[in-house]
Design a protein around this ligand. Structure first.
Ligand SMILES: NC(=O)c1ccc[n+]([C@@H]2O[C@H](COP(=O)([O-])OP(=O)(O)OC[C@H]3O[C@@H](n4cnc5c(N)ncnc54)[C@H](OP(=O)(O)O)[C@@H]3O)[C@@H](O)[C@H]2O)c1
Length: 279
């Protein structure tokens, strides 16, 4: 049997990086894509240390760039097989709606939503002909529960959730499984280089300045309980090997409890609880 092929977006760091290694360890050939090839050495060095060099190929892909997507499509069509797609590339835009340039919302959606859809569109004809495949979309607890000061990110992940539900129903008859992974807070670069807060909301003259500070303090106070991102990589790899995966996998400290409470509590009580946390 031919070795299975997995494509991962955003493999230069965090979940994507660890998932590339984990899938390679489990015998997949991994096409680890990243938008900036200067960052490839970290993954290549780690793969070499683990004896996995032959299992990993690096390819340049910026999921928000049409030219890059077109090149990637040609490359994948030449390979002609994809068993697993991990739509992982993403970043977070924060700030308060009034103060976030609309273009920042567009950029957020270009990567987190349209990027994921575009890469799926590239692999779908191949998976459909194979009559098999897994598309694993990395969503977030923010795809299920909203938080203030992060609306571009929250909106993008809610959109990813809705699209994934539709896609799952569309391609199930062709043997393709669409899955959502919904992590809580994990220790990756998304909280540093991957987060872009609107400058206006950070300015002391902003009417939201104090609110923003409380939010930042709240996030900082939780930094010591950030989860180990290997847990997510393990789960993604488990899903990739699983014949009949569920639609959703929520992981992380307090995540399942928060989802339960959001659905269980009367809405006004839920809102009061969220606001109380930020006092
Ligand atoms: N860590 C968490 O707590 C957490 C929680 C819930 C969900 N998530 C989700 O997990 C996914 C991975 O994030 P992470 O936590 O592993 O953070 P990360 O370490 O910052 O990794 C994000 C990856 O996405 C890449 N990326 C961003 N924009 C891209 C684009 N236009 N084209 C291609 N690649 C792009 C980044 O590339 P560069 O290195 O070039 O920037 C990086 O490789 C994201 O979708 C994120 O929303 C993370």
């Amino acid at each position: 049997m031919r070795e299975k092929i997995a494509v991962i977006t955003g493999a230069s760091s965090g979940f994507g990086f660890l998932t590339a290694l984990e899938l390679a360890r489990r015998g997949f050939h991994v096409i680890a894509t990243m938008r900036n090839l200067e960052k490839r050495h970290h993954l290549l060095n780690e793969a070499e240390t683990c004896g996995l060099s032959k299992q990993i190929t690096i390819y340049q892909l910026d999921v928000a760039c049409e030219a890059s997507l077109a090149q990637f499509k040609a490359h994948i069509n030449k390979i002609g097989r994809v068993d697993v797609l991990v739509n992982n590339a993403g970043f977070a835009v924060g700030g308060f709606t009034e103060e976030i340039p609309i273009d920042d919302y567009r950029k957020q959606f270009e990567t987190n939503v349209f990027g994921a859809i575009s890469v799926a569109q590239i692999v779908l004809p191949i998976m459909r002909k194979q009559r098999s495949g897994h598309i694993i979309n990395i969503s977030s607890i923010s795809g299920l529960i909203a938080f203030p000061g992060l609306s571009p990110y929250v909106a993008s992940k809610h959109a990813l959730e809705g699209w994934s539900e539709s896609l799952r129903l569309e391609v199930q008859p062709f043997g393709i499984h669409v899955v959502l992974v919904e992590p809580g807070s994990y220790e990756t670069n998304i909280w540093s280089t991957g987060k872009h807060v609107s400058e206006a909301s950070l300015h002391p003259h902003s009417p939201y300045y104090e609110y923003m500070e409380r939010l930042e303090d709240h996030l900082a106070s939780g930094s010591h309980i950030l989860g180990n991102p290997s847990e997510i990589a393990q789960k993604i790899a488990w899903i990739a090997e699983h014949d009949r995966p569920s639609l959703r996998y929520s992981l992380g400290k307090g995540v399942k409890f928060a989802i339960f409470m959001k659905h269980f509590l009367p809405w006004q009580l839920w809102e009061r609880l969220v606001q109380k946390q930020l006092k």
